[in-house]
Design a protein around this ligand. Structure first.
Ligand code: URA
Length: 424
């Protein structure tokens, strides 16, 4: 077989055979197919898309490029959640222990952030001593005993995606529904979970800002999950404004702990409970997540989960040495705070990375003091900007310069959950 034949066929709108797709994914994983040919095929897929059969074969080949974990020995039902990522999206930190406290095992294998969206592992690593890497036995043992694991995906989990995602990142070929869907679902299916709830974001801070594209992505992923025996449902949720008030690693851990303690911003609580209800239903459990959250049992699981991975749940979180204020330019009511601008500001303050190899700051980020619907006076503090490097502040202020919409009238209430996408 010849990579040029595949590239030309796809470039001209043809359909790839199962043999061609399997050959390509194997060759990409082993390194036999050079990066320039793989990138050319990816670009052809961005333009031409994939048929349902091509996508099914492509995803199966990506799963088969590594190991599919077997979690069937666990006594608890397994269910996980995946978010397409957003600004202030710390839902996993609350949801994972909450759903475990409801009786499920939540095998959350996560990644690090890139660009303006934060990564769950980066957030957890703000906790003193916490380790992302677990052996297979540690992973299974913690799932059985505690019910909740947030850990780094191992190298043998859909390794084809590791190669393809790195290439897509540097060749402008990320934004393709079949490529995103197969990338996310190959990892989640290989993780071995029996059930999956997808939080597909739309709005300025999301990967795919257009809700219609988000919905198409959600439907595609739900279909792939079911084709591989994973009971999958998606919620389409609003990421036009940050979720909660904190964007930045330690700041988000603090907000998550506050939420586990029964407080926390209402939007974060609402999205978390909606996802938890879906997960509990998929797992077939008879538990009310709101009641479990209020009871403190989710906080107990959080403490056990952090301690099991070497973290000290009682240790103070690190704090930024430099905190500057971002203030309101006029009197009025906050109608919108743009999620993308807040994400970029947090990133520029040091909370995110531009390249995979960059380090992130645990303490950097944006902490909003005002949100959607709040009345403000000119000069009042809208947000705190946290950093360890004051030279980064001007770039963060610049990112925020048009982030705020203040009006004389109150905004429409936010519709956090725009749609539920079950399997048909
Ligand atoms: N997240 C992934 O894991 N893959 C993509 O393609 C996009 C987001």
């Amino acid at each position: 077989m010849n990579a040029v034949d595949l590239i030309v066929a796809k470039r001209d709108g043809g359909e790839l055979s199962d043999e061609q797709i399997n050959w390509f994914i194997e060759g990409v994983t082993s390194g036999a197919i050079p990066a320039e040919q793989a990138a050319a095929l990816l670009m052809a897929i961005v333009w031409r898309g994939m048929t349902g059969r091509e996508l099914a074969t492509w995803t199966a080949a990506m799963i088969d490029s590594g190991q599919r974990l077997d979690l069937s020995s666990l006594a608890r039902p397994t269910v996980d959640k995946h978010s397409t990522g957003g600004v202030g999206d710390k839902v996993s930190l609350v949801l994972c222990p909450l759903v475990a406290a409801c009786g499920a095992a939540v095998p959350q294998l996560s990644g690090r952030g890139l660009g303006h969206t934060g990564g769950t592992l980066d957030k957890m690593e703000a906790i003193s001593g916490w380790q992302a890497a677990l052996s297979h036995d540690q992973f299974l043992g913690q799932l059985q005993d505690v019910g909740a694991v947030i850990a780094a995906a191992t190298a043998d989990l859909a390794p084809a995606d590791r190669v393809l995602y790195a290439l897509r990142d540097v060749t402008g070929t990320v934004a393709s529904i079949p490529l995103i869907a197969s990338s996310i679902m190959s990892k989640k299916i290989a993780e071995g979970t029996a059930g999956l709830v997808l939080d597909v974001k739309f709005g300025s801070g999301a990967f795919l800002p257009d809700p219609a594209m988000g919905e198409e992505l959600a439907r595609t992923m739900v279909g792939l999950g079911h084709a591989h025996g994973v009971d999958t449902v998606a919620l389409l949720t609003d990421m036009d404004q940050p979720l909660g008030l904190a964007a930045g690693n330690a700041l988000e851990v603090a907000e998550s702990v506050e939420t586990l303690a029964g407080g926390g911003p209402a939007d974060l609580v609402d999205v978390t409970l909606a996802l938890a209800q879906e997960m509990v239903a998929i797992a077939g459990l008879d538990a009310d997540p709101a009641e479990v959250l209020a009871s403190g049992r989710a906080m107990d699981v959080w403490r056990a989960m952090v301690a099991a991975q070497g973290g000290d749940p009682a240790a103070a979180l690190p704090a930024a040495p430099v905190v500057e204020h971002w203030t309101a330019p006029a009197d009025g009511v906050v109608n919108r705070i743009d999620a993308l601008a807040v994400g970029v500001a947090a990133w520029r303050l040091g909370a995110g990375r531009a390249r995979k190899e960059d380090n992130v700051s645990a303490v950097a980020g944006v902490l909003l003091r005002r949100a959607h619907g709040d009345r403000v006076a000119a000069g009042e503090v809208i947000a705190e900007l946290h950093t360890d490097d004051p030279s980064l502040l001007p770039a963060a202020h610049e990112a925020l310069s048009s982030a705020l919409t203040i009006a004389n009238t109150a905004p429409e209430p936010r519709r956090l959950i725009a749609a539920r996408i079950p399997y048909h």
